[in-house]
Design a protein around this ligand. Structure first.
Ligand code: ATP
Ligand code: MG
Ligand code: MG
Ligand code: MG
Length: 469
């Protein structure tokens, strides 16, 4: 059975053999795009090649790209532990053409790799195309011999990709694998499409248009290809598994978590182990790429992920810091493909250990407070915003950590109440400061801090450029 490491090599080797330059993953903190929080797809490092602003000595490339989707427009944090197919950190395998080949080659490449090199039975695969993209539908029919009911036409933005509000865009085709009718879920486009039966493995984007500010569109002179396939998803199916978390790599991290917490990997704490394994990867790779936990920006997203993982370790009964003890298992699995993990190992371990030691001091007490509060509420009632705010303010619980804890019990936080409590506290602080007589301009600083999110990062969602493949 191929390991995830083998599958990554097979993918890159296939495209190298077909004239593509193997390019290293770019860092998780985008070098060329301040509007994007984290690299969240393979195309990010190539943006300027697609727009023609930059040229290089190759016009075909292939990569295994580190991606994090835990903030901004693509945020899969809340899916982790709940679906079989989402991670906060994952590897996106891609092939790219910069004004070189287009649809009539991109589709056959994908089909050949999937059905010949990977040996996936054709009758388990189906595809979507954008509803007006007859060209792609015809190529699928010709190349793969798929029947019409296996080429599903989708009219939504799921099948029309845009780099941003303006710029290159175009239809895309998504390839799905049917894991069988014992799993809940319907085919893409159906009412049950969010289930895990039909899993999207590969997304091929055909950049053929340019979008302008006034809403008009024109055909691009330079047509390009951008594709992305989740290594963990293709890995699961090639290993005969349905669930990404049952792949060799994820499983070894889950076992490390089970060992460190002495809690059965498949017992009632199963979900906790999955979340820990996932968050171990995102936090370690972020630290290796230079992000450090802090109270704002990228660092706050990192801190939130770390603290969520730490609560899950606590739920497994861990009395001492756990996360740093799992790092060697990760380095063992992924250090060969990503040497930056080896280089940063000591820093990752130390950062996790000190962050977890500190957070544990308030975690226990915060969770007890949460239990007390919940005990006072009628069954299923939402947690009052004030309690969530106290957890945030006094115990260092990011709001999403509290929400994550409540979700296990089918409860939520009263967000409006939380916002009110936050606003009241800010007003009080401002009044106290103004009353101190130190400076009458102090209020301005508070306003600035509010506007710029000095204490809490609110996300790049508003203007973030598209990062989906
Ligand atoms: P989904 O609809 O399942 O959320 P997507 O359409 O958002 O996936 P794309 O943006 O098209 O995903 O990314 C390209 C590929 O990357 C997907 O086809 C999938 O194989 C993989 N992928 C996307 N998001 C994740 C994730 N959170 N965890 C693991 N793999 C992912
Ligand atoms: Mg998605
Ligand atoms: Mg999708
Ligand atoms: Mg997709």
């Amino acid at each position: 059975m191929p390991s995830l490491n083998d599958i990554r090599s097979t993918f890159l080797g296939f495209f190298e053999k077909n004239g593509h330059r193997v390019v290293d993953s770019s860092p998780l903190v985008p070098r060329n795009d301040p509007t994007l929080m984290f690299t969240n797809s393979g195309m990010v490092q190539f943006k300027n090649l697609f727009t023609g602003v930059e040229t290089r000595d190759y016009n075909r490339a292939t990569t295994a790209q580190k991606c994090v989707r835990a903030g901004g427009k693509h945020n899969d944090l809340d899916n982790v532990g709940y679906t079989a197919r989402h991670h906060t950190f994952f590897e996106m395998l891609g092939n790219f053409s910069f004004g070189d080949y287009f649809k009539s080659e991109a589709i056959p490449y994908a089909w050949e790799l999937l059905t010949k090199d990977f040996g996936i039975p054709k009758d388990k695969l189906l595809v979507t195309v954008y509803h007006t993209d007859d060209e792609a539908a015809d190529i699928w029919k010709k190349v793969a011999g798929l029947s019409d009911d296996r080429i599903i036409r989708i009219p939504t933005s799921d099948n029309f990709w845009q780099m941003g509000p303006t710029g290159p865009c175009g239809p895309c085709t998504e390839i799905f694998f049917d894991h069988g009718d014992h799993i809940w879920g319907g085919p893409p486009g159906s009412a049950d499409e969010d289930g895990d039966r039909f899993i999207e493995i590969w997304n091929l984007v055909f950049m053929q248009n340019e979008q302008f500010e006034d809403g008009s569109m024109r055909a691009l002179d330079m047509q390009s290809i951008d594709t992305g396939m989740g290594l963990e998803r293709i890995g699961a199916l090639l290993q005969g598994k349905h669930d990404n978390y049952d792949t060799d790599l994820m499983r070894s991290l889950i076992e490390a978590s089970a060992h460190a917490t002495s809690a059965d990997p498949d017992g009632p704490g199963k979900v906790h182990h999955r979340v820990i394994a996932d968050h171990l990867r995102s936090t370690s790779f972020l630290i290796a790429d230079g992000v450090m936990p802090s109270n704002e920006g990228r660092g706050y997203v990192l801190r939130r992920i770390m603290r969520r993982a730490m609560r899950h370790a606590h739920m497994l009964g861990a009395q001492d810091p756990v996360m740093h003890r799992l790092v060697p298992a990760l380095v063992h699995q992924m250090g060969a493909a990503y040497p930056e993990l080896n280089r940063a190992q000591a820093l990752i371990e130390e950062t996790l250990r000190s962050e977890e030691s500190r957070f544990r001091q308030t975690l226990d007490r915060g969770l007890r407070l949460l239990d007390d509060e919940l005990g006072k509420l009628p069954e299923g009632a939402n947690l009052p915003g004030e309690a969530a705010f106290k957890l945030y303010d006094t115990y260092g619980f990011p709001l999403d950590l509290t929400q994550d804890a409540l979700r296990e019990q089918g409860r939520a936080v009263d967000i409006a109440g939380f916002d009110t409590a936050m606003a009241e506290q800010k007003a009080k602080a401002r009044a106290a400061w103004a009353g101190s007589g130190e400076t009458k301009d102090a209020a301005i600083w508070y306003d600035l801090a509010d506007q710029h999110g000095a204490t809490e990062f609110l996300g790049y969602d508003t203007e973030e450029a598209e990062g989906q493949v």
